[in-house]
Structure formats: structure tokens, C-alpha cells
Design a protein around this ligand. Structure first.
Ligand code: SAH
Length: 464
């Protein structure tokens, strides 16, 4: 290890900033955040540094630096914008016995600045030993993605529990188990989603030695591309004890679930209709009651044609802690993946999500409303009923030439897109009959699909 990672307390400590450049401004801001008492040594100042001087937040010395100016400083930062001046300043600082950091000149540094990720009290510093600041930055982006936004709140919450944990839980082993349960389970999750009262109640249970309560997380897994998972979905996948997943959740997504979580496929049960939904509800409740962190993983968004509502209702009635995490629904995923904007100032002022299948099998809806121009229809589970759907829309007055697109396995590497016009929808749907999940997009915007750039202009001319 070339550099020792440390966290330096600079509260009210004197620190020198040599140079008045934009880089000096950036460093000064950071130093002020750390509470340092900053003196700038520079002939000229970046305007925002000048502002800080005027506001009295930093001191400024325009004259040449004397050794006596340096002796009292804890640290010195150098960013003059000129290589020779930088080196000269570094030399002086070092002679005065003060540790120096020179921006972008690792070879002149006594200490270097890490890339920083901050979440309240939690600070992560990343260093490549000065060798590759770009790599440090890209690592920072990865760390950013894994640390929850409200981690600082979790630290505060945990620290508020420390006293009670010490008094109420005698043995060190049990205390360790308590903290594991708090920091990795429903308590932490409640804090991280801003539900402090729930967190308190759950933590109280643990403190008073009641067995940990389980919870169900109804999580949207998005349309298939794992990169489209939310941070929260990802976090809960890493913590689950058991996961119940659907047909639409592919192996690429399941890869992100904690390795030793139990996996239960419930897609089959579902296709046997409503009774089976009861069976799933009961399964979820039973495992949560046994203290498990239950992940209910659903394709797309749980509340868009996903029966998430029915599950939530049931679990609430059973008084089970339940959290719903949204996912990118197929309509949004497919739209982005094919370049079809669902609304467009020229072609569509509204968008309707509908299903080609209902509980009783009837496509019961007011077709005149759906056949109005200048709107987009997105049909889920509509492949097998595409023919009758098109017929109803045509009868209700939608032009035969209305553009349509069928997006199969949207956002996945093997995505397939077919475009055409409404009067051909039935035949177009036939082509996707034995494929993966597919969505119908009906309306002028469908002509904008990447898949058919050449035909766009002609189709729009006819349709508009
Ligand atoms: N809750 C899900 C929808 C479940 S209904 C969501 O929000 O996306 C199942 C239907 O969703 C499928 O029949 C299909 O119409 C659509 N669908 C799901 N994933 C899809 C994908 N990757 N590409 C195209 N359609 C998809």
C-alpha cells in the first residue's frame, strides 16, 4: 500500500490553498464542507472564490507566501494552474514541514485525494494510488449505485438503538445477531424507505427478543434487461431469504438474487387461474410469518397487469409488513427499446395501457373512446386477441392505415419488432404466435419505430 487511508478531522483547523484556479475552488468547497478554516494564497482569484472571500467564508492573501504563513497550516493544497509554480510551492510547503497535495501531480504529493461517495455520516474514499483518477471515478460510480440514498438515516437510526441494545441484550453473540437482523432486514428497509415508525416498532420487537418478523417485498423486475432493475429492487434481491418468481422473470434477472436464497417458480400455478392466486397469496404469507424476507418478483411493474394489488390486499389483511417496489413496465421498456415515443406533440396527446385478456375473457370496454385519434394504445397480453381487437377498433372508427407495432421480448437481446397497419394486425400477430411476451402498440407513434425508419414518412403521410 503506497498511501495510508485516513479520515482527517479538519474542523476549524487552518488549511492553506495555494492558487486561485477553478480546481482550487473545487478543493476549497470540499475543505469548507469538512469545516476547515481556509486561507487562499493567490494573486488572482476565480470569481466564485472571490465571492467566498467577500462572504467572509475564507481568508485571502495576495502577497507572496512567507514561511511563517505556512508553519501554522495543518495541510496545504496546491492548484496554481502552472506546473513550475506548483512544483515551487510544493517545495516550500514541504520545507515548512506541512503535508502537501498538488492537484493532478501525484509525484509531488505527500497525500492524495480519493474519489468520494457520501451518504450522511458514511463516507467512502476510493484511491488508485494516484495512478488512474479515471478508474477511481468509475469505481465511485459503482459504489454510488450500491449505497442506498438514505444510508445516513440508517446510521443515525442504528446509533439511536445502541444504548438500548447494550442494556437489553446481555450476550455479545446475541447482540451481533440483533445487529445483523436490524441492518440487513425489514428494519433497515423501513428506514431506507422513510418509514421510521415501522422501523421503530420492528426494532422494538427484536430488542425484546421476539422472533424477527418477516416481510414481503413485491418487486417489479422490469421488462427483462437486468440493467433496468431499480437500485431498490437490486438491494432487496440481495437480501431475500426466499423468492417467488413469475414466468416473465428470466434467468438473467434471477442471477442477481442472493445465491443462497430459495427460489420458487410460481408461473405455472398462475396459469391455472384465480384459485392459484390464492395459493400464491398463502405461500407469501406463510413464509413471512415464519420470519423470512420474502421477495415476490414480478415482470415489469407489479401494479400494471401484475396482480400486485391482489397480493398487497391479502398480505395487508394478514397484517404482514409489505412493501411494493415499482419496476419499468413493459410499455415503457418496449417504447424506449424501439424508439417509439408513447406521447408526441404531433401525434399523440395521451396513452392508454389496456389488456387483451380480462378475468372473464371479454374485451369489455368503450371502443369509441379508444378509437379517438391522437392517442396511443398499448395492449398487454393482446397477441391472441389481436384480430378481434383490431376489428373492434376499426368498427369504432380508427382508420385502417393506423400504424401498429408488435414488440416481442422487448429490451432483451433477442427483441423482435414488427410494424404495419391496423387492418393487418391479425396477420402480423400470427408471426409472433410462438414467441416470447409481446406488446401491441397502436397509434401514429408506432410508425416511428426504429425497425422501420424507411417506411415512416409514407405511413405518417397517410395516417396524419
Ligand atoms: N406487470 C407486467 C405485465 C404483466 S402482463 C409489466 O408491467 O410489464 C404480461 C404481458 O406483459 C405480456 O403478455 C406482454 O404483453 C407484456 N410484456 C411483459 N414483458 C414484455 C417484454 N419484455 N416485451 C414485450 N411485452 C412484454
Amino acid at each position: 500500500m503506497r498511501h495510508l487511508p485516513t479520515f482527517f478531522d479538519l474542523q476549524s483547523r487552518p488549511v492553506a490553498m495555494i492558487g486561485g484556479t477553478a480546481m482550487a475552488l473545487q478543493r476549497t468547497r470540499l475543505l469548507l464542507e469538512a469545516g476547515a478554516s481556509v486561507t487562499i494564497f493567490a494573486r488572482t482569484l476565480h470569481p466564485e472564490l472571490a465571492e467566498l472571500v467577500l462572504e467572509g467564508r475564507i481568508r485571502w492573501q495576495a502577497e507572496t507566501i512567507e514561511d511563517s504563513d505556512l508553519h501554522e497550516q495543518r495541510l496545504a493544497f496546491i492548484a496554481t494552474g502552472n506546473a513550475a509554480s506548483d512544483a515551487e510551492a510544493a517545495e516550500r510547503v514541504r520545507r515548512a514541514g506541512v503535508a502537501a497535495n498538488v492537484a493532478d501531480r501525484p509525484e509531488l504529493c505527500d497525500f492524495i485525494m480519493p474519489a468520494i461517495v457520501e451518504r450522511g455520516e458514511v463516507t467512502v474514499g476510493i484511491s488508485t494510488g494516484g495512478a488512474s483518477p479515471m478508474l477511481a471515478r468509475s469505481l465511485r460510480a459503482r459504489v454510488e449505485a450500491t449505497l442506498p440514498a438514505r444510508l445516513g438515516e440508517l446510521v443515525r437510526f442504528a446509533s439511536s438503538l445502541r444504548q438500548s441494545a447494550r442494556t437489553l441484550i446481555g450476550s455479545a453473540t446475541q447482540r451481533r445477531r440483533f445487529w445483523d437482523a436490524v441492518l440487513e432486514g425489514p428494519v433497515a428497509e423501513a428506514v431506507l424507505t422513510g418509514r421510521d415508525e415501522t422501523a421503530r416498532a420492528l426494532a422494538d420487537d427484536l430488542l425484546h427478543n421476539e422472533s424477527p418478523r418477516g416481510a414481503v417485498y413485491i418487486v417489479g423486475a422490469g421488462p427483462g434487461d437486468p440493467d433496468l432493475l431499480t437500485f431498490r429492487a437490486h438491494r432487496l434481491m440481495q437480501q431475500a431469504d426466499i423468492v417467488f418468481y413469475d414466468e416473465l422473470v428470466g434467468p438473467e434477472i434471477l442471477n442477481y438474487v442472493r445465491r443462497d436464497a430459495e427460489r420458487v417458480y410460481v408461473g405455472k400455478i398462475k396459469s391455472h387461474h384465480s384459485k392459484s392466486q390464492d395459493a400464491i397469496n398463502e405461500l407469501l404469507a406463510r413464509h413471512a410469518k415464519a420470519g423470512k424476507r420474502v421477495l415476490r418478483l414480478k415482470g415489469g411493474d407489479p401494479f400494471v397487469f401484475g396482480r400486485g394489488g391482489e397480493e398487497l390486499e391479502y398480505l395487508r389483511r394478514e397484517s404482514i409488513e409489505t412493501v411494493v417496489v415499482p419496476g419499468i413496465t413493459a410499455a415503457l421498456g418496449c417504447a424506449a427499446a424501439t424508439g417509439i415515443p408513447l406521447t408526441h406533440r404531433d401525434y399523440a396527446s395521451s396513452v392508454t395501457f389496456l389488456t387483451g385478456h380480462t378475468r372473464d375473457g371479454e374485451l369489455a370496454t368503450d371502443w369509441r373512446v379508444l378509437a379517438r385519434p391522437d392517442q396511443t394504445l398499448v395492449v398487454y397480453m393482446g397477441l391472441s386477441t389481436a384480430g378481434s381487437l383490431a376489428a373492434k377498433l376499426l368498427v369504432a372508427g380508427l382508420p385502417r392505415s393506423t400504424p401498429v407495432a408488435i414488440v416481442e421480448r422487448g429490451t432483451r437481446p433477442d427483441q423482435r419488432v414488427t410494424t404495419g397497419i391496423l387492418s393487418d394486425l391479425k396477420a402480423l400477430a400470427e408471426r409472433h404466435k410462438d414467441g416470447g411476451p409481446a406488446l401491441l402498440i397502436i397509434g401514429k407513434v408506432a410508425a416511428l419505430a426504429n425497425a422501420d425508419i424507411a417506411g415512416v414518412a409514407d405511413q405518417l403521410k397517410e395516417a396524419v
